[in-house]
Design a protein around this ligand. Structure first.
Ligand SMILES: [Fe+2]
Length: 310
């Protein structure tokens, strides 16, 4: 069993780094903490919310938008070699990060591998924290990077990868999509059926519903495409807003996500929801019909709802 502590970062390529930096700071409201060579590092965590501050949670680097990686930190740093052996044993070749690659990620060590769909997953130990305070690029109310949606080309198979090989637990299903928790948040990872791998969306939590609604007006005023919301997910109880970011990436703000505490683990039962409108949004918001411009999930091959939610 690969014992993950939580999701740590995402790394995403972009052909236009300057534009991605502007959008991430001026629109999403993260903090640019470093620009080194062809990579930009962003912070999102308020100390008061998480009790710590991750050095960074998002990296944009000059490159192909399809070149993506998701970092998870291991619960026990001593596990790294065993995790590498377990991945290899189960048919997932690994690459141990070089010193330069570790420095790029601000971690002591990591292993890169792939989930069965081909998403690049990085298992890191001793990721760096920062002693300085989060200073947002705009007052969007962002409190921390919380979860991603991840494409799966075979949902049951990938669910096993995360829940049997790793320690993720199913919190709920909507259609074939499993929403998986790693720490206490309802989901750190949501697996969405698609025809190819990729990050389906990137979520940042904001402080409260006022931030969601203020951003809704702000984003519309700035001409940012709203993809879903404002609304509320009945599964996680989070109030949410989805919008389009650089290179077609979907971003989400949400607040009020349900937590499943350790003392509830033994008795918690995941629920199955149908893939229908009011399971996606109990307020009845519907996705923007222009989901064909959303490349990560090849929305034309799947239902519009699947392209943007959770
Ligand atoms: Fe989400």
């Amino acid at each position: 069993m690969i014992n993950l502590h939580d999701i740590r970062y995402v790394r995403v390529g972009t052909p236009d780094l300057d534009s991605a930096i502007r959008f991430t700071t001026d629109i999403i409201g993260l903090q640019l903490v470093a620009r080194e060579g062809k990579a930009a590092y962003f912070r999102s965590d308020q100390v008061a919310v998480r009790g710590d501050t991750r050095d960074h949670t998002l990296v944009y680097f000059q490159g192909d938008p399809a070149d993506q990686a998701i970092g998870f930190d291991l619960h026990n740093p001593d596990d790294l070699d065993a995790v590498g052996a377990e991945l290899e044993r189960t048919g997932h070749p690994v690459h141990f990060g070089t010193r330069a690659e570790c420095e790029q990620r601000r971690v002591k060590a990591f292993i890169a591998s792939h989930d069965p769909s081909g998403n690049c997953i990085e298992f890191v130990i001793k990721p760096y924290h920062s002693g300085t305070r989060f200073f947002p690029g705009r007052d969007a109310g962002v409190t921390h990077f919380s979860h991603i949606g991840l494409n799966t080309t075979d949902a049951p198979r990938d669910e096993k990868f995360w829940t049997r090989l790793c320690n993720a637990r199913v919190s709920d299903w909507i259609g074939d999509a499993a929403l998986l928790r790693i720490a206490t948040a309802h989901h750190s990872l949501a697996l969405f059926p698609a025809s190819r791998p990729g990050i389906q969306h990137i979520n940042h939590q904001v402080e409260d519903i006022d931030d969601v609604m203020k951003s809704w007006y702000f984003l519309k005023e700035k001409g940012v495409k709203i993809l879903l919301g404002p609304g509320r997910h009945p599964l996680s109880t989070a109030v949410m807003l989805y919008f389009r970011g650089p290179d077609g990436m979907t971003y989400e703000y949400s607040c009020g996500v349900k937590h499943i505490m350790p003392e509830e683990e033994a008795t918690y039962r995941p629920r199955q929801f149908p893939f229908e409108r009011y399971a996606v949004c109990m307020w009845g918001s519907t996705p923007d019909p222009d989901v064909s411009a959303f490349p990560q999930t090849e929305a034309t091959t799947i239902t519009p709802l699947r392209a943007v939610i959770y």
